[in-house]
Write a protein that binds this ligand. Structure first.
Ligand SMILES: [Zn+2]
Length: 457
């Protein structure tokens, strides 16, 4: 039998669908049984594009870029320079004062831009144009956040699509199955309710926050107390959804205990099993009793490199929570809004040091390196101060930091931790340390050139 589309069954013109839209992840995951136009390309206009556009700030901050586009997603922000607020749609802070960009103040009274560009304006003259040095001014960026995207129909349809295509791909579903009709109707026509709900248990948010990496997506399937098959989707570690895939386990779909994490550096960590009993048995069997002396025996993993063990342990020990204790809601409560808001805030405050992020930073600041970097003594962007500091210590290391792993080791020594929370105090300290070194500009340029020479892994 020929393969067919999992949505409609047609066997002609099948295509590979990105299960999670390519603009929302660096890690690719595909379902090959989706017809090209109606159930792949058209979903983009129907709901994916809206979500992608509204999450631009998040993907931009996490250095996630669609392979189709040249640039990182742009987002609306308000830039305060001195005492005046300006509106700006930006993809990176460096473009604010580079190039030819002009910004209009929120009150409409001022234009800010390169002096040569401003002077070209007809009405410009000596009385209404003044020159300022942005390297000596306090500059602050604020980004208005609209949380409603997390509770929008577009988001629910996209999440349902991700859960459905993922579950089908893992179970090698080769064509349309009638038991999936409710979820197919919901995705394709937003018909019917109760397919997607918001998970509101704080303990589930805590569980995922502790387990998965910064900025990752995580998917997990389980069979619920009512015998329905569900997929929990944790998007960027921000919001958690429950997708009801079908009313009961199906003969053709053997794997109902599934887990996958997709990390920012494009790694996949996954396991699959048929049911919870088998998972428990397989989990126990991945350890063996080992004599550790003094008559003591310890259970040691048979394969010490197996990265899935901690995820399996999480699944096994929290199974009851998924099975019967999930608190699923249709409308956001204040409690869920607070959980999501806190997750966004910590995501935007923390930073993952990746090759991708470092290379992007160097590329966006390249002009500054060529002209010799001048650190703004009043600069307050904590993330970029931290990135400049990375270049600074790489430059300072005199060739000792040869790759990202050397850098991680140095960071760990210096900050005595894997994760660094860049507080105001820490940021000020790093900023002062750099400014007090007379050759900080040369060192950063040196560091930037070293990063340029590193290759992706
Ligand atoms: Zn189709």
């Amino acid at each position: 039998m020929k393969n067919g589309c999992i949505y409609c069954g047609v066997t002609e013109d099948l295509s590979k669908s990105d299960i999670i839209p390519d603009a929302l992840t660096n890690a690719k995951m595909i379902n090959p049984n989706v017809c090209r136009i109606k159930h792949n390309n058209d979903f983009s206009d129907m709901f994916e594009a809206e979500v992608i556009q509204k999450l631009a700030l998040i993907t931009n901050e996490l250095d996630i870029k669609s392979s189709k586009g040249k640039n990182y997603a742009s987002y609306e922000s308000i830039i305060t320079v001195g005492d005046t607020d300006y509106n700006a749609k930006i993809t990176s802070e460096t473009e604010l004062f580079g190039g030819k960009k002009k910004m209009r103040s929120v009150d409409g009274k001022y234009l800010l831009g390169p002096i040569d560009e401003i002077k070209k304006i007809k009405a410009a003259n000596d009385t209404n144009v003044s020159e300022i040095d942005v390297n000596q001014m306090e500059i602050e960026k604020r980004v208005p956040l609209d949380l409603s995207v997390f509770f929008s129909m577009a988001m629910y349809r996209m999440v349902a699509k991700i859960g459905f295509e993922w579950y089908c791909a893992k179970n090698k579903v080769m064509s349309k199955i009638d038991d999936f009709t409710p979820i197919i109707d919901f995705i394709t026509r937003s018909n019917g309710g109760k397919v997607v709900s918001i998970v509101s248990n704080p303990e589930i948010y805590a569980l995922f926050n502790n387990m998965v990496n910064y900025g990752s997506h995580a998917l997990l399937s389980y069979v619920s107390k009512d015998n329905s098959v569900n997929v929990i989707i944790n998007l960027f570690g921000i919001a958690i959804y429950n997708v009801r895939v079908c009313d009961k386990p199906l003969d053709g779909c053997k794997y109902n205990v599934l887990f996958q994490e997709l990390t920012l550096d494009a790694k996949h960590i996954c396991f699959s099993d048929t049911d919870i009993e088998n998972l428990q048995e397989h989990f126990i069997n991945s350890f063996e009793p080992t004599n550790i002396g003094d008559g003591l025996t310890a259970m040691i993993p048979k394969d010490m490199t197996d990265k899935t063990l901690k995820y399996k342990l999480m699944y096994v020990t929290n199974y009851e929570l998924f099975f019967e204790k999930l608190n699923l809601i249709d409308e956001p409560t204040q409690e869920v809004i607070t959980l999501i808001l806190n997750n966004i805030q910590s995501l935007l405050q923390e930073s993952a040091i990746t090759i991708r992020g470092l290379k992007r930073f160097v590329k966006e600041h390249w002009k500054h390196f060529e002209q010799g970097i001048r650190l703004n003594p009043k600069g307050t962007n904590k993330k970029s101060i931290f990135m400049f500091y990375m270049l600074f210590i790489i430059g300072q290391s005199n060739g000792k930091i040869k790759n990202i792993h050397d850098l991680y080791t140095v960071i760990k020594d210096k900050f005595s931790s894997d994760t660094i929370n860049i507080s105001d105090e820490m940021s000020n300290k790093l900023h002062e340390e750099m400014l007090s070194n007379e050759s900080h500009s040369e060192l950063m340029t040196k560091g930037a050139k070293i990063i340029e020479s590193w290759s992706f892994e």
